[in-house]
Write a protein that binds this ligand. Structure first.
Ligand SMILES: [Fe+2]
Length: 300
């Protein structure tokens, strides 16, 4: 067999692996321990979803729904890019799926760059974003577009904010410094002493999110680096950032923590290779305990 034939066979094999991985979401488990987490939120389970990009696992995302259901979440949070900017006509399917999740528990959605790109697509007199966000709200989903919600349990509460990070910050391979006071202008100041979750889609601004006062950042965008390489991690983001600093997993900066989801779908480079399975993040909040652990569990 010639070199070309070997190359074609290898590429075909990799694509087959990718198709296998792409269709099988797995659960990644995190435990976040923080002194600000109130007693009533000890052992509360958050499910975080990101980067679905309108994909469906089974008809109407039934497979994904069942996997999430089995985790018995107290809250579901989405960290952006659940839609695909080039397919605004398909966002209703995504809205229907997210809306269905409200049968399990309260659902809060933050925006990523693909949601914000929907501002540019018009459907009649309204933008595609208006249709999508209104559809979510009609279904009982709380959309956090530069907004903060209070999550309450047994007389105690924590805060969750969704930041609409301007598209100018999503530079391709170029880090755009964040303007001083940017997050505060969008969200105000977090209240000291209260545990504050920030849905910040783009993980590269973790230092800025932490400096603002986020205790736990939930992010995505990187798709786990698309191709996972042994010892090196993710190769590139869907925006062609090579070897991204925050490709997937748990990160710490001072007292702040960030969970970066490997995401669920794909776009642009439609492959997932090297153990880069679509991710459902299960985050268990703990009031006490010293260790912050990450473990990897296969949930079908
Ligand atoms: Fe994104």
């Amino acid at each position: 067999m010639g070199l070309m034939a070997w190359g074609a066979a290898a590429a075909g094999g990799l694509l087959l692996c990718s198709e296998y991985e792409k269709s099988r979401p797995r659960v990644r488990r995190y435990e976040i321990s923080h002194r600000k987490i109130p007693e009533a939120f000890d052992r509360v389970r958050l499910v975080m979803l990101a980067d679905l990009h309108n994909k469906s696992f089974g008809k109407d995302n039934q497979l994904l729904y069942e996997q999430i259901c089995a985790l018995r979440p107290h809250y579901i949070l989405t960290a952006g890019d659940m839609v695909l900017k080039t397919r605004p006509q398909d966002t209703e399917n995504t809205a229907r799926f997210i809306g269905r999740l409200t049968a399990l528990c309260p659902v809060y959605c933050g925006n990523g760059n693909h949601e914000l790109e929907l501002w540019r697509a018009r459907a009649g007199r309204r933008t595609a974003y208006d249709w999508y966000a209104d559809s979510l709200k009609e279904k009982g989903v709380r959309v956090l577009a530069d907004e903060t919600a209070v999550l309450s349990r047994d007389g105690e509460s924590i805060d969750v904010s969704g930041l609409d990070l301007g598209l100018a910050y999503y530079g391709k391979g170029l880090h755009v410094p964040m303007r001083p006071g940017y997050i505060e202008r969008h969200l105000g100041k977090p209240e000291p002493g209260r545990f504050h979750i920030l849905l910040g889609h783009y993980p590269n601004y973790f230092p800025e999110y932490a400096a603002w006062g986020a205790d736990l950042v939930l992010a995505g965008h990187m798709h786990g680096g698309t191709v996972r390489l042994p010892a090196l991690g993710g190769l590139m983001s869907p925006n062609y950032e090579f070897f991204p600093t925050y490709d997937r997993g748990l990160y710490r900066l001072g007292q702040a923590r960030m969970v970066v989801s490997g995401g669920l779908g794909t776009h642009s480079i439609n492959v997932r290779i090297g153990g880069n399975y679509p991710e459902i993040s299960l985050i268990c909040l703990r009031r006490k305990g010293k260790a912050v652990q990450e473990s990897y569990g296969n949930q079908g």
